[in-house]
Design a protein around this ligand. Structure first.
Ligand SMILES: C[S@@+](CC[C@H](N)C(=O)[O-])C[C@H]1O[C@@H](n2cnc3c(N)ncnc32)[C@H](O)[C@@H]1O
Length: 311
């Protein structure tokens, strides 16, 4: 990881976060990113944004577009873009209050904030900025940093439903990190919606990194509830078709996914779907345990439509 100059860390913990494998992703970036011929970077499944923040801190890219279907996550990015200062003040208030509470009081406070957050989700105007965005986003970060396992997961109604996690001294936020993120987001187009929107912004000077919800590697092992919508094999196929469209436009893409061969050597799902493209296997540490697939290192796929990478 020595060559990486990460200046901003993700401000939320996100399932499938890419911080751990950034150095491996770096090896497979297209050389055009280094020689400056890429002018647009699009990340259609932004999640915690580890790859985005790494790329935009290290390469000069004129147009930056991030997309995610999760409205609360996108509201947080937009709030950091518009009013990071107020968000930091709200987070400081909540952190100071929370850390003084006893364990029992913390639990009560967590569930109170969780119901307020879910209640407000129904009323908030996600398209027009007002101060309620700041409150909602500070609650989003607070819940993410204090819930069990530090994840964001929703039920079928889109409500945040992760239980309380008892951490002794949770670090709720990092002021400097949020301020730096705000600078990097200043001229970024931030969109809540389906990944297919990326086509509107793609041309032959575009690089896209796709990090969709991973295809489950067994019936029980996957975490798939980032949103109330499911991401099944039909969605993986729709995404592969879109990758062919961006390729026809002359853009470069890199895509991550799980490797079904970890548990079934004969599963050629991705080889069939992405035939004609490069498929590389990288080693990732994942906290997944299920039949025949224990906590530890597993292979993941990196799929790309170019062979002139950084390595
Ligand atoms: C694997 S995570 C991305 C992780 C991210 N790269 C990181 O480092 O944190 C997948 C993301 O895709 C989003 N998502 C799911 N379905 C989507 C869709 N149809 N269009 C756009 N985003 C979607 C989820 O909300 C989730 O944030």
């Amino acid at each position: 990881m020595d060559s990486l100059q990460i200046q901003v860390n993700p401000f939320v913990k996100w399932a499938g976060g890419k911080r751990q494998i950034l150095s491996q992703i770096e090896r497979y970036l297209p050389v055009n990113l280094l020689d400056g011929t890429i002018s647009t970077y699009i990340e259609p499944f932004i999640g915690g944004g580890a790859v985005f923040f790494y790329l935009v801190s290290n390469f000069s890219i004129s147009n930056k577009i991030i997309i995610d279907i999760n409205p609360d996550l996108i509201l947080l990015y937009k709030t950091i873009q518009k009013n990071a200062m107020s968000l930091v003040l709200e987070l400081r208030k909540v952190e100071q209050f929370y850390l003084k509470l006893s364990d029992d009081e913390r639990r009560v406070f967590f569930y109170k904030i969780r119901s307020q957050f879910n209640e407000e989700r129904r009323k908030i105007n996600y398209s027009v900025y007002d101060y309620s965005w700041v409150i909602q986003s500070s609650q989003f970060i607070f819940l993410n940093r204090t819930c069990f396992n530090g994840l964001y997961r929703v039920n079928s109604a889109g409500e945040f439903n992760v239980p309380f996690g008892s951490y002794k001294n949770p670090k709720i936020f990092d002021q400097e990190n949020i301020e730096r993120a705000s600078e990097l987001l200043e001229d970024t187009i931030i969109i809540c919606g389906d990944f297919s929107i990326c086509l509107d912004y793609t041309d032959n000077k575009t690089f896209l990194y796709f990090d969709p919800p991973y295809r489950p590697i067994s019936g029980t092992s996957s975490f798939t509830s980032y949103t109330k919508e499911v991401f099944d094999d039909d969605e993986q196929i729709r995404l592969a078709n879109l990758c062919r469209e961006v390729s026809e436009k002359g853009a470069k893409f890199l895509l991550s996914n799980s490797d079904p061969k970890n548990i079934n050597e004969k599963d050629n799902f991705f080889e069939n779907l992405y035939s004609g493209f490069q498929i590389k296997r990288i080693n990732a540490r994942r906290n997944i345990s299920s039949n025949g697939y224990q906590r530890g290192f597993v292979d993941e796929l990196l799929i790309m439509n170019y062979s002139d990478y950084n390595q």
